[in-house]
Design a protein around this ligand. Sequence first.
Ligand SMILES: NC(=O)c1ccc[n+]([C@@H]2O[C@H](COP(=O)([O-])OP(=O)(O)OC[C@H]3O[C@@H](n4cnc5c(N)ncnc54)[C@H](O)[C@@H]3O)[C@@H](O)[C@H]2O)c1
Length: 367
Amino acid sequence: MKIGVPREIMEHEYRVGMMPGGVRALTKLGAQVFVERGAGEGSGYADRAYEEAGAMLVASTEAVYRMCDLVVKVKEPLPKEYPWIQKGQAIFTFLHLAADRGLTEALLAAEVVGIAYETVTLPDGVRPLLRPMSDIAGRLAVQVGACYLQRTNGGSGVLLSGIPGVERGRVTILGGGTVGTSAAKMAVGMGARVTVLEQDSNRLRIVDDLFGGRITTLIASSETIHAAMVQADLAIGAVLVSGARTPHLVTSQTVAQMRKGSVIVDVSIDQGGCVETARKTTQADPVYTSHGVIHYGVANLPGTVPRTSTQALTSMTLPYLIKLVQRGVEAALRDDPELASGLNVFRGRVVHSGVAEAHGMRVESWQ
Ligand SMILES: NC(=O)c1ccc[n+]([C@@H]2O[C@H](COP(=O)([O-])OP(=O)(O)OC[C@H]3O[C@@H](n4cnc5c(N)ncnc54)[C@H](O)[C@@H]3O)[C@@H](O)[C@H]2O)c1
């Protein structure tokens, strides 16, 4: 099997779909791995390391697409890449097709086997390729929030940990799932006073047990959210309603009552955001101020720490790649229902109900 690893072309995306260790594991199994020159640079992996692991270096993204049976990436292909996609090719990456009709149509036209990281699901409902990115985003949300609280960055000048004799900063986290729990770990580790608001009482109980009384947990309601937001130095949006746009849980009136220079990091912005005043920003221009409150809305937070993110993501994708190489794409999909749950499009058919529903298309069986 010929496997291609192109350089990511999305702005400020420094992750890469495979580490040199992955190349070594797959070439040992007989695969040929083609890596675009410079693909690993942003994550700290030099071309030489890929070569030493057995990869062949390729000069352009287009050439990688043209010569490979399976393309392994991080982000979804962008319109510039559509013409390079080969008929019948398999693509293993984050696809987010429900939010992207153009890409869905391009993959259908090219009769691609599109396996999306974000829909690979274990029997207990865990999405193992998405979870590490949420873990990273939650921790980072506190780290960047603490940074923007610094007066020199426009913030209110609160040190989240406090010091002996001075009150600690307050962190309010909306949603107690993967991002929320990860953010709480970081905030507790920094010594902040943390409140997590969650609508699911079972989930809240788990979060409460996890921290053994070191945080406050509250059932989310418009009243509890308002009260916790207006006290917050740093607020983190970590809500997800699966398959839907995130509801606005925080109104602009509530934001207006927060202390000037407080910070909101709305991690759920990729699904629309849970704060009325939040909007998407980019890594190049990550913050803006609304009602005197700093808003951070970068939708690909894990891209800020590409080395950690690449290691976290590729260590989870490699076992699936090994199966794809050992069995071949179709047999691997037939043998492994987890991998098959990642299938979104298959040789001209939409085979994922969420994608079909989002675009008013017919869902078909892939087999
Ligand atoms: N910006 C980024 O770079 C980035 C990275 C990773 C994840 N995300 C996004 O972060 C969000 C959270 O992801 P996750 O992995 O933690 O999801 P998750 O499903 O693990 O957790 C979401 C939590 O929100 C809770 N919730 C739903 N409605 C609520 C409400 N009305 N009030 C309070 N809580 C509510 C759910 O019960 C759940 O516990 C998603 O939108 C995800 O796409 C963004």
